[in-house]
Design a protein around this ligand. Structure first.
Ligand code: FRU
Length: 480
């Protein structure tokens, strides 16, 4: 029996005005030039701040500075001037930002709590942690004259994520020791003086450098409990190849992180929890100070293997869709769940509904639908087919396949014929995540923008984020 489309909601996402080829409509890109990690994610007075690693002088990595944008819905962004520039040969590497409500730092003025950025200063042979601050909603910035505030004399010591630890009533920092494959925890009363608490690692995936850690509490679905999540980006040898992100769940008592037992091994190497099984989700971190207290994050939608070569101009690299994070408990394992932010629902335009159709019948309907930007919810009965799923961005000799393989029991994105794949030898390929079907049914949420595919399976427990660069004319859809 061939597979059957039990139910499909295929929404075109609202078209925006014409843009340069490949420029996504609802994923953040810099106006021009190079971008990498999200930095300083913080919510304040109705605005979501998205600072980011940015090169003001070109479309490849260099002169790292903090670019800045703000949004009220996490989907449409207003560009603001550079917040933290490269200065005196010291680049501003990744870090975080907090709202110092109680003015512990003394940087505030009457009634205006400061926004304080904690970033890594990078120069030849040395990385240290620095502060920059402002009292006007992130519009103007002053570098702290007492910088650096934390220097342990190392060449690799970076990406501080600072948050307020309510239990201990003090600031807490998690920061990477990339070469040692460790993170360190520090605490501070005033953001200026930092005391070492403990270290964690090496653990899980250790073949690549550890970068951009985050530590946050995530709600456990269906309960009123929370558990701590430590996420760590690893520079190479991730599940999909190249850079990717792993996570640990566990306890954080304000001093020390104790990891839950590692999961069963997924793929080769040490048992590792991977957050995303695609090749293009890196350096993700969560927003501080969210009004509802819920964790949501965004990542850099590229891979260190080929980020400098992606075929776009005058901008290079986009951020992922912002995603809500939670945990799902099964026995004593807690799986990290990612879901697209709800605001995307408001972008749905023309909706095509299909129910109870054969693949052939459904494809007749799809012949009338073209586009680059979709939000799809698919429920497919694979029957005894070897593979079931959908091809996106189909055109002359081109398609991107999203589906499920019975033999491999996995959900996959295959971009080997997705369009321009030849710009770098590590781009083409197929990326997959283990997937057990529930009651024999395949359920997928797939979101496409001009140059990306994000697949959410098993209700957000299996996610694949992949870039694609199809021809402009390849805009068809077909079930397989
Ligand atoms: C991760 C990273 C960070 C660093 C930044 C520099 O992509 O290497 O560790 O702070 O990029 O741009």
């Amino acid at each position: 029996m061939k597979s059957r489309i039990l139910c499909a909601f295929i929404a075109s996402l609202l078209p925006l005005s014409a843009q340069e080829p490949m420029r996504p409509a609802f994923h953040f890109t810099a106006e021009k030039n190079w971008l990498n990690d999200p930095n300083g994610l913080v919510y304040h007075e109705g605005e979501w701040h998205l600072f980011h690693q940015y090169n003001p002088h070109g479309d490849t990595w260099g002169h790292m500075s903090w670019g800045h944008a703000v949004s009220r819905d996490l989907l449409t962004w207003e560009y603001l001037p550079i917040a933290i520039p490269e200065k005196d040969g010291i680049m501003a590497f990744s870090g975080s930002a907090v709202i110092d409500h109680a003015n512990t730092s003394g940087f505030g003025t009457d009634g205006h709590p400061p926004m304080v950025a904690i970033y890594t200063g990078n120069r030849e042979g040395r990385q240290d942690q620095r502060l920059s601050y402002g009292v006007d909603n992130g519009r103007s910035w002053t570098m702290f004259e007492g910088n650096p505030v934390l220097d342990v004399g190392k060449a690799d010591f970076r990406d501080p994520k600072v948050f307020w630890h309510a239990g201990k009533q003090r600031w807490t920092m998690v920061v990477a020791l990339p070469v040692e494959r460790k993170v360190s925890f520090y605490s501070s009363a005033d953001l200026k003086k930092w005391d070492h608490l403990s270290d964690f690692g090496p653990s899980g995936s250790v073949k690549g450098v550890w970068e951009c850690p985050d530590l946050f509490e995530a709600p456990i679905e269906g309960t009123d409990r929370k558990r701590w999540v430590l996420s760590v980006s690893v520079g190479d040898h991730s599940i999909a190849g190249g850079s990717g992100t792993q996570y640990f769940t566990g306890e954080f008592d304000g001093e020390r992180f104790t990891s839950d037992p590692p999961p069963k091994s997924e793929g080769s190497g040490e048992p590792t929890n991977w957050i995303d099984f695609g090749r293009d989700m890196y350096a993700g971190v969560t927003w501080n100070n969210a009004p509802d207290g819920k964790p949501r994050w965004i990542g850099w939608m590229s891979n260190l293997k080929y980020a400098g070569h992606t075929p776009t101009t005058p901008w290079r690299s986009a951020m992922s869709l912002p995603r809500m994070l939670s945990l799902r408990q099964t026995g004593d394992h807690h799986a990290l769940i990612q879901r697209p932010i709800e605001a995307l629902d408001g972008w749905r335009g023309q909706l095509t509904r299909l129910a109870g159709r054969s693949v052939d019948e459904a494809n007749k309907v799809l012949e009338g639908i073209n586009g680059k930007r979709f939000d799809m919810l698919l429920r497919i009965d694979p029957g005894n087919a070897a593979e079931a799923g959908i091809q996106l961005r189909t055109g002359k000799n081109e398609f991107t396949a999203v589906g499920w393989s019975r033999a491999k029991a996995e959900v996959f994105v295959d971009r080997s014929r997705s369009g321009n794949t030849g710009f770098h030898g590590d781009f083409s390929g197929r990326h997959a995540a283990p997937l057990e079907l529930k009651q024999g049914m395949l359920e997928l949420r797939i979101i496409t923008d001009d140059c990306s595919v994000e697949v959410f399976a098993d209700d957000g427990a299996r996610v694949i984020t992949d870039l694609i660069f199809p021809s402009e004319s390849s805009q068809g859809l077909a079930f397989v």
